[in-house]
Design a protein around this ligand. Sequence first.
Ligand code: 8YV
Length: 313
Amino acid sequence: MTRPTVLQIGPYPPEDQAALDAAYDMIRLYEAEDPDALLAEVGPRVRAIASRGALKVPGTLIRACPELELIAVYGVGYDGVDMETARAQGVTVTNTPDVLTEDVADWGVAMILGLWRGLPGAAAWVRDGHWAAKGPYPLGRRVHGARVGILGLGRIGRALARRLAAFGMQIAYADPFVADADLLRCETISELAKRSDILCVTLAASPATRHVVDRPVLDALGPDGMLLNISRASNVDEEAMIAALQAGTLGWAALDVFDGEPRIDPRFLDLDRVLLTPHHASATQETRADMGALMRANLAAHFADDPLPSPVD
Ligand code: 8YV
């Protein structure tokens, strides 16, 4: 029996790659010298696209594969997929929710504690020999009692809220679709930012959420406030955020996601009060293995005509 052709648009860990190669005719578009020529050749026989959370699956790519049935995303966020074109062409989309929730929330906690208390700078202070030469490292901020705003109370937002509550932080949230009687709800993002020391962006990105954290929200968070983004860069107006950090009208930013990543705006590197990580929140061996297994389970179920483990609504 001929194996289904799957177009792969980004790399996977070696174990996942080996398992995919064993089951499917994998075409690595991202390695092609001339991707357009390769797509013109294989597009007509592609039945699935294997993607990654932050990669783009544009309408042009979907349309170049007229027999496409499934887009399997390795990641919970599927904002990179042109959903309108996928829907119009009758293409199903799957993602990998749940398996990465706890890791991403852990990373959020690590970033908050790290930046609010000054951990990376304090460690560098010792390593760079400043302790004896310059004296004590500048004071950090107290975690216990700090007011946290969770923007987007989905799986990851809830997991983060649970953890931060255990640190004695005061939690509020804003989410137009979710209500939680146990937490303080704010009607607007600016209201949430205004009552927060730390605003955590855990919002599933879509065209509708682009730049919802804009200049007025950053102003409301203010010079003593910190922004955490472990969702997607598009949720935040990056230009406004850099300007606010440069001007000191926003205090701190802990960022795992960036416009145009992995090539980030070089102005970030000149800022002191930022903690920057390379889209790493779900990056543990265990979780990446679970994400790979769930993506393959979706592909296998699709080609066996079985119910999909995790289709996108
Ligand atoms: C990436 C993520 O998918 O799940 C998501 O949406 O952003 C991450 O887990 C992961 O980095 C692989 O691309």
